[in-house]
Design a protein around this ligand. Sequence first.
Ligand code: IPM
Ligand code: MG
Length: 357
Amino acid sequence: MHDYHVAVIPGDGIGQEVTPEGVRVLDTVGQLTGAYKMRYDYFPWGCEYYLKTGKMMAEDGLKILKDFDIIYFGAVGFPSVPDHVSLRGLRLPICQGFEQYVCLRPSVLLPGIKSPLANKKPGDIDFVVVRENTEGEYTGAGGRAHRNLKSEVAVETSVFTRLGVERVIRYAYQLAQSRRKKLVSGTKSNAQQHSMTFWDEIFSDVGKEFPEVQTDRVLIDALSARFVLRPESLDVVVGSNLFGDILTDLGGAICGSLGLAASGNINPEREYPSMFEPVHGSAPDIFGKGIANPIAMVWCGAMMLDFLGEKQSANLIMQAIKAVTGSGKVLTPDLGGNAKMKDVTEAIIGELRAIAG
Ligand code: IPM
Ligand code: MG
């Protein structure tokens, strides 16, 4: 029996609603398999905390989080606080401060889910995006000057380092090697002649270590078209921070709903805790209605268990999710159903018990 110390940050909006659902599933699976027990510490960080304290998280937040095994994160951002403030005050400092340089985002069309793309069935869409997560377009380098003058200027500099590019690309190769051995790199070296040619060179250099992996270098605009036209041709996709951000909303959309899209911010060396959070964000428009889709958060729990080495428990959760979507009876409104969030969690727990016997 493993014992894990989990930092839980429900954050804002529907993050506060779906997080307890994810926790319920984690606890249920721990009881059913007897493989682990989770001890949770909750942190009330986010926009409400900011309105009270002027900070998105405790001053020594990173120090507090550092010794946890893992972080389970709901969402950040609410209309009461400018988005760049909330993001740069909570999620980005954690991703950057803890060297969570891989943002891992699976795009899988689940059984029973209708893709907006015609004639796609489960199995046709099954790929993972590896998004660079600490630098690139999100580095935060830049500034504004001559405010409110005609000459006002804003500069936001993308920063690509050999260390940063190499490590995320190597991770993507390793992942491809363990899957169907196909890796696509999203680039834009036709227009971005400095950073993206650098990216391309490193992509090709690191590739020499992985002769079995078949590679493809695709301009990001063409790659987004390929997501729509030929998603079955994708296995692992690697891209810079912003490219990966854009591609993964598209990845979520073609798999039927952003309410299904899970994500992990990973420090592969395990020097710092990794953090698992759904892609959907705080969704203020449906907050408080009890209709958020808990599946992305539950799926994040499965990714988290997988990362912790609890493969059997992670598989169990994925089987239960697939059983629920496959039966098509208990679905939230984002999937065309009229179930409430809690009905979906109940259904998942029912399936877990059934599968575990
Ligand atoms: C995501 C989100 C964030 C990002 C936003 C909230 C800044 O879109 O996790 O994909 O761009 O990283
Ligand atoms: Mg995004």
